[in-house]
Ligand binder design. Structure first.
Ligand code: ZN
Length: 429
């Protein structure tokens, strides 16, 4: 099948040369168009002419979410305001929203990136794409819609929620591709099952938004809907929006669009690159963005690069699913630990419920102590607690290299919340 939205660069050498040209253009554009960047680059002693190789990326100063908030409402603006045709904002719960501006070319580039996602998932123009994510000032619905129209499939802008309407659309319009969050997909899949609609549903592919999802959930959605593939679409408002990459039908990791941005994976403490394949913070530098270009933007999202070549033969490199946020990281006895890692270890254990808490303490002697409280499964026998705890302690020690205690508590002993649960309690200060 003809790839209409593939990178224009066909070899590693061409890609690297294109990336360098993009980096040089971006640094000059930012320096000349944005007082903020000019000041930062001057302070760092870097002129646009000093960027001679891709390694010179490391000489550039970082940009953080705080920088964006400080410049509210138009952070990183690098063109005259009359060249801006659109703005989007993050859903940010605390402080001011992160607002991003787009030129007409930025919108065009984003449409092409997103159309490439649909192409990577091997959609055709005959596909009918039900978009069940939020439309509004944020980038979700608008991004899925833009990419779908550029690609040329039929967009069904259903928006989020309203299960009855979603099910009616799925049946009446013979939707073949569903775009939604993982939790929405599960909800829809269970309703399809309960209402006996399975035979009337034509969904072949599901594209999940940024939310983390377990393999168990993915299998359940496939099983109940009859979908053949589930794809992960990452993205963030700062880098256009959703559509910065997609896993191909081999599902070996997310191919990211390295002709549009450079991705560094850095240790969030030292800001040095991690070893290849290790988890670190995703740091973005855009190569074509005009309205609000990014130079080494620290996203706080964590993932790892997947080394080697995908069987699909794509030139585009791969990163893993996003495993968490660097803000959530804590250090125990010199080891960096992410709650998502503990979460992952616990999700493989039998005999426990899904809730847990991590408590860190000093107990007066200055050493770090970690206690993980885990709920016994519903109906579990307390007589087995000691064995269960010891088994989980071993698993945590083996995978994190930190030994800690595991305490089994009664089912539903830990608090439930509709919002994101607090997992880590640091009593060491
Ligand atoms: Zn691939």
């Amino acid at each position: 099948m003809e790839k209409r939205f593939a990178s224009a660069w066909k070899t590693k050498e061409e890609l690297a040369a294109g990336q360098l040209a993009g980096l040089q253009w971006t640094v000059r554009h930012a320096y000349e168009g944005s007082p903020f960047y000019r000041k930062r680059l001057d302070e760092a002693g870097v002129t646009p002419a000093a960027i001679r190789s891709l390694d010179d990326l490391r000489r550039l100063p970082f940009v953080t979410a705080q920088d964006l908030r400080d410049q509210y409402p138009w952070p990183l603006l690098a063109v005259p305001m009359d060249k801006i045709v659109r703005m989007h904002a993050s859903t940010g719960t605390t402080g001011k929203r992160k607002v991003m501006v787009y030129t007409a070319k930025d919108i065009d580039d984003w449409a092409n990136m997103f159309a490439r996602c649909y192409e990577t998932a091997e959609l055709t123009r005959a596909d009918r794409v039900q978009i069940c994510v939020g439309y509004g000032v944020w980038t979700a619905g608008v991004g899925f819609q833009l990419g779908c129209e550029r690609f040329g499939a039929l967009a069904i802008p259903a928006g989020p929620g309203n299960i009855d309407l979603q099910l009616q659309f799925l049946v009446d319009f013979k939707t073949t591709v569903l775009c939604c969050t993982a939790s929405m997909a599960l909800l829809l899949a269970e309703e399809i099952d309960q209402r006996g609609l399975r035979e009337k549903i034509h969904v072949k592919k599901v594209i999940f938004g940024a939310e983390r999802s377990s393999d168990a959930l993915r299998n359940q959605v496939k099983h109940l809907t009859g979908a053949e593939h589930i794809f992960d679409i990452p993205g963030l408002t700062e880098v256009y929006g959703p559509g910065t990459g997609l896993d191909c039908p081999y599902h070996t990791g997310i191919h990211y669009w390295a002709d549009y941005y450079l991705l560094e994976i850095l240790n969030p403490e030292t800001l040095e690159p991690v070893a290849e394949g290790e988890v670190g913070e995703m740091v973005y530098t855009t190569l074509k963005k005009e309205g609000a270009p990014l130079l080494r933007y620290r996203s706080r999202d964590l993932t790892r690069i997947i080394p080697g070549q995908c069987p699909c033969g794509s030139l585009m490199p791969r990163h893993d699913r996003i495993v968490g946020r660097s803000d959530d990281m804590f250090i125990v006895r010199g080891v960096n630990i992410y709650p998502s890692h503990i979460d992952e270890i616990l999700s493989r254990q039998r005999g426990i419920a899904s809730e847990y808490q991590i408590h860190l303490d000093h107990h007066g002697d200055g050493k770090d102590y970690m206690v993980t409280k885990v709920e016994r499964a519903e109906g579990g026998n307390p007589a087995g607690d000691a064995e269960l705890a010891s088994r989980i302690e071993k698993a945590i020690r083996k995978e994190t290299l930190v030994s800690g205690k595991v305490e089994i508590v009664d089912y539903q002993a830990l608090p439930r919340t509709e919002r994101k649960a607090k997992r880590v309690f640091d009593h060491r200060t």
